[in-house]
Design a protein. Structure first.
Length: 138
């Protein structure tokens, strides 16, 4: 569903290949942070997974760092993630609350995180992040 959504960015749909086997995937899609009447374009990191037998070998971190660099080169300035609060900070994410950026549904503060691809990009951005429709369908 995300791939058929207008938020889909094929350039930011990534896989990691080890010994000719796809062992991890990572997707970034467009989202807007709703700051009052204004919308600030950003990215959502989700979903992401590494094959169980390939976990804890640095593949996930490398894939995230590669994806963040690709995103920066494409001109994006900030990324949001809803995920493990012990994992994503190692890739530079911090609780989004530090910028007063909120999830559109109740979540514990540490799990909703943001990262500036350009230092200061989120300085004057505060508001809610309405995820695209496919994220609401379970
Ligand atoms: C989370 C995930 C993507 C991490 O990828 P990975 O390649 O295993 O991670 P890395 O090898 O880059 O990093 C490993 C480190 O992260 C830690 N880590 C991995 N998953 C973690 C988690 N869920 N919570 C906290 N720490 C985690 C490991 O303990 C390890 O720490 P260490 O370096 O101090 O020993 C992978 O474990 C996974 O696919 N999990 C199942 C799917 C999932 O949870 N996806 C993310 C949804 S938000």
């Amino acid at each position: 569903m995300l791939r058929s959504d207008p938020a889909y960015l094929p350039e930011l749909s990534l896989v990691a290949v080890v010994d000719e086997q796809i062992c991890a995937h990572l997707l970034f899609t467009r989202i807007d942070i709703e700051a009052g009447q204004e919308r600030f374009p950003a990215l959502a990191l989700a979903p992401m997974a590494v094959l169980p037998e390939k976990q804890n070998q640095g593949i996930g971190s490398k894939l995230v760092q590669f994806g963040l660099e690709q995103a920066r080169q494409l001109g994006f300035t900030a990324v949001i993630v809803l995920g493990w609060p012990e994992y994503y900070p190692r890739c530079g994410f911090r609780p989004a609350s530090r910028w007063e950026i909120r999830a559109p549904f109740p979540v514990p503060d540490p799990v909703f995180m943001a990262l500036e691809l350009i230092l200061g990009a989120l300085k004057n951005v505060r508001g809610a992040v309405p995820y695209t429709q496919p994220f609401y369908i379970i």
